[in-house]
Design a protein around this ligand. Structure first.
Ligand SMILES: Nc1nc2c(ncn2[C@@H]2O[C@H](COP(=O)(O)OP(=O)(O)OP(=O)(O)O)[C@@H](O)[C@H]2O)c(=O)[nH]1
Ligand SMILES: [Mg+2]
Ligand SMILES: [Zn+2]
Length: 321
């Protein structure tokens, strides 16, 4: 029998036969047949698994996971402290919301770019949500705070140019919450991002019957407090399933070869067959279409700098934010 992993808590899993919501417990015994390589969690939320149902001598049913079925996609990061091992954040998602906030906590561009590269590499569609816009926009989308506009527009410009969708949202005043509900309809959506950006608050906002734990960010460090500790899928009453996740501390890139890295920057992929030399690393080669794009302003210098940093830094870059 097949079911989807909807929660993982240490020793056991909760499974459900989606789109039905009928969570039941399952365990792993003995050796698991794996379709992927080494990771700290061979079974992730969103995985479709094959399981068996047995009657125990006490007459209880026990479900045992036998196999993880091949993934449609997944998002994998290098675990920060166990540098040889990978951590599967989620599998088989229809969409990933990368949730960011302008200042509370502030955006770390290297984290954002490594996250986006990984989504591209594993074929997972991603949308950027800029949360907490009530801090500088009114509900008509007009700026209420001086001086923020340039910063917001500059940030948006970088990622719009790259080809990503960015949606302003506010849990506090409800801005675009209905739009988020619609985007989640009939889909499995991962809510991801650093601690304190409002992932759990957003899930609560799109389905007010859910009551996930949230907490203020620390006033001293303006960082989240890692309130959510498990990956867990929730059914949404207006349709669809969302996966709330713990805040990501460090996002190490899994081993990509240097040749393939630029394929995961959509704005570079679009022009790289116009480079004079193929393959081209877009660094020292003459007649490089990517460098031309940076000069002409169609490729943002910030993204190009991230690309170069990822190319050059083999160790440090991969293991910390
Ligand atoms: N002003 C404002 N505050 C918000 C908004 N959304 C969330 N917050 C606040 O941000 C803080 C963090 O929210 P959480 O939902 O706990 O954040 P999280 O991303 O789930 O954090 P972790 O579980 O630690 O990863 C809480 O105090 C929320 O009330 C918003 O749209 N506007
Ligand atoms: Mg949370
Ligand atoms: Zn080039």
């Amino acid at each position: 029998m097949k079911a989807t992993v909807v929660k993982h808590t240490g020793s056991h899993y909760l499974l459900s036969q989606l789109p039905e919501w009928n969570p039941f417990m399952a365990v792993v015994k003995g050796k698991l047949r794996l379709s992927q390589g080494e990771s700290t969690n061979p079974i992730a939320v969103g995985d479709l698994v094959e399981y068996e149902r047995d009657e125990t001598t006490k007459g209880e049913t026990l479900c045992t996971i036998k196999e993880v079925l091949p993934r449609k996609n997944c998002i994998i990061r290098r675990s920060t402290n166990l540098s040889r091992q990978n951590h599967v954040i989620a599998a088989n998602v229809d969409c990933i919301f990368l949730i960011l906030t302008l200042s509370f906590p502030e955006i770390k561009q290297q984290f954002v770019d490594r996250f986006l590269v990984t989504c591209e590499a594993y074929g997972a569609p991603v949308v950027i949500l800029l949360n907490k816009v009530d801090l500088y926009l009114d509900t008509n989308g007009e700026y209420i705070q001086e001086g923020v506009k340039e910063e917001v527009e500059a940030f948006k410009n970088i990622y719009l140019k790259a080809g990503y969708d960015i949606i302003d949202v506010s849990v506090k005043n409800g801005y675009n919450i209905q739009k988020i509900r619609e985007l989640c309809k009939d889909k499995i959506v991962l809510f991801s991002g650093q601690s304190g950006v409002g992932k759990s608050s957003l899930v609560n906002a799109i389905d007010t019957a859910l009551n996930l734990k949230t907490a203020d960010i620390s006033s001293a460090h303006l960082q989240g407090k890692h309130t959510t500790t498990f990956y867990e899928m929730h059914p949404i009453s207006s349709g669809g399933f969302v996966i709330d996740s713990p805040g990501i501390r460090g996002f190490g890139l899994v081993d990509f070869s240097k040749d393939e890295l630029s394929n995961y920057f959509p704005e570079m992929l679009r022009v790289e067959d116009e480079c004079k030399f193929i393959p081209c690393t877009h660094t020292h080669e003459p007649g490089c279409a990517v460098k031309k794009g940076v000069e002409e302003g169609t490729i943002s210098p910030e993204r190009y700098a991230s690309y170069i940093a990822m190319l050059e830094d083999d160790n440090k870059y991969r293991d910390s934010v």
